[in-house]
Design a protein around this ligand. Sequence first.
Ligand SMILES: Cc1ncc(COP(=O)(O)O)c(C=O)c1O
Length: 448
Amino acid sequence: MDIRNASTMEVCDTNYSKQADTDNFLSLPLYSPLPQQVAVVPDGTTPIEAARAITARNQGKEDWDETFMIGDLGMVLKHYKRWNRELPRVELFYALKANGLRPVVNTIAALGCGFDCASKNEMALALSCGVKPEKIIYAHTCKMMSHLTYARDHDVGLMTFDNKEELLKIKKIYPKASLVLRLKADDSKARMKFGDKFGAPFDYCKYLIKKAKDLDLDLIGISFHAGTGCPGLESIATAIEESRMLFEFAREVGFSFTLLDIGGGFPGTEETDKELPFETMAAIIRGELDKHFPEECGVRIIAEPGRYVPGRAFGLVTNISAKKVIKDRMIYQVNDCIFNSFFLCCLEYVRRTPVLLKSGKKKLHPTTVHGVTMSGVDIIEKDTLMEEAYVGDWLYWKDEGGYSALIRYGFNSFTMYKACYIISESEWKELQSVSLFPDLLPDGRDFI
Ligand SMILES: Cc1ncc(COP(=O)(O)O)c(C=O)c1O
């Protein structure tokens, strides 16, 4: 297999783009004037194989050692199809915060999905990728005034709220908006909780429904987010039931709700998918929806999965810039840090085990991986097992598509984000044929 050119690199800050010899990306720095391109590679090519080919070709180049991501857009397509198969009644509104790299956004937009945006910049990104305003939910319950004005000026009318002040703000700035009240779900068992910041308790929801009526606002439904990494699904089941009770209460007040938004929190790594497989979550959700919101009730159901969509599609490739051996422990420093790509794995206590791309000796050693900054807390992985590696070697971290490609400049200004994209030949053809808006797809370039 020759994937010699499977490397169309994107750097978020376009100021860093350089004119590239498009026939020979890999001999150049990781910048490309064509960030929208996707390399079409032979079927069966995995991101780790592509990463191995790219790094092998560039091994030893002294000016080529920055972290990059490699994404398989075919995997995004797979997860979209898996969603539709398991949750056919639930429309996917991708939470853009998880990964806003353009080819990802374009692919999801081309498939006809909606978007959950939380800021003006996220709305602008979605709109610039050709997403229609009516396919966006502005899902921040406490909006900055200027961002709300942006939503109004760009007809992004569907939005969430969870407090009275927000209702007053919306009444003043965008009284025609279609409002979705965010209910506080019990996320006490979730790894990532949102309830301390977002969502109105059940009784307060009733007050807000009445308040919206008094203010003559257009309240159309309920949303919730039961947290990410839920060990059980009781909280989602309870939130669906409480939502139905709020639908009934709203009817008494004079509203006729039409929308239920069941939030995000679906698994985005192989590990989290093992903890609570997506299929298991989906089966429970289907049952609860059929019980409380049967198809014939006509309620539109949406969800806001973030990490689920791109999580398993991307690998992160980091270079070892220093090594120490203390007793039997190998300690490596890689060119990334917990303030950039690895910030969420540290916040969420998700263990990551890197793979040495240039695999050789099979013996495993106790290993610690440090981040590149001068911060003493910048330790990416305290204790794992890995083959011995050397300065200049590359480590591959799988399932890094969710919340890793976020930060452009971090601690000590170490980061500029770069990514390259692959898709297999057959998935490229399939993606083109199932896309509702093929014009939105990134450009495919035949690199085989
Ligand atoms: C309102 C809202 N929806 C959806 C998501 C996506 O969550 P996840 O990536 O766990 O699916 C988030 C995450 O912060 C969120 O705040």
